[in-house]
Design a protein. Sequence first.
Length: 271
Amino acid sequence: MRLIIQQDYKKASKWTANYIARRILKYKPTSDNPFIMGLPTGSSPIQLYKDLVELHKKGVISFKNVVTFNMDEYIGIPEDHPQSYHSFMNNHFFSHIDIPKENTNILNGNASDLIQECANYEAKIKLYGGIHLFLGGIGPDGHLAFNEPGSSLASRTRIKTLTEDTKIANSRFFDGDTSKVPSTALTVGVGTILDAKEIVIIASGNSKAAAIKQAIERGVNHMWTVSALQLHAKSIVICDEEAIYDIKYSTVKYFKDIESKNLNPDNLLKI
């Protein structure tokens, strides 16, 4: 696992956006051989989506031959609801780039058969040959997507009941009222994420410090699903200084030392 430490949220977001752009550019996707990405929602990726949009507007990167699979979606709210993840992705990313609508995939939380919807999602990912890069954020309790503490590390896309902590965290998007936050969601599993060829996680703020400590310094534990990254051959965690608050000084020094030549985000686009 790599740990990239940036000074603040904006710099962490820029590094992540430039890294993603670099991966797409090096892959040289075509319509017959697209680059497949997994994408998150929430507050963590907002700035990096802005940075990717800016790179697109500058002509650095095109998403015409990129196919995306989002991590999750609430059950029971309309797709055009302002807090649905369909709306989030359109507002923050898809409507600002050149990705064809048919290349974007988001779970349908209003499907007549939710179990079949989850099975179909897994099947479609496999049809494309798997995900090249899965981008994600994490919750304060270390959950990946909606894989709450206690989730199986071999789990696949499924229906998940949200914890009260997650509902409280997400209530900021629902007028601060936890009763307005859906209690269930569809989510890719930890196993689905681990199947990706590469996993990139962005975390910022002191509220993520405990989860980052678990992911970096402690063992694999299903109560902190982000720790499953330790089982992956190619995973990167990008943090700001606040998110590494709980990590030992020696650990921080080690990662800053071995990644010292890779910390400038502008160098990532010098291909």
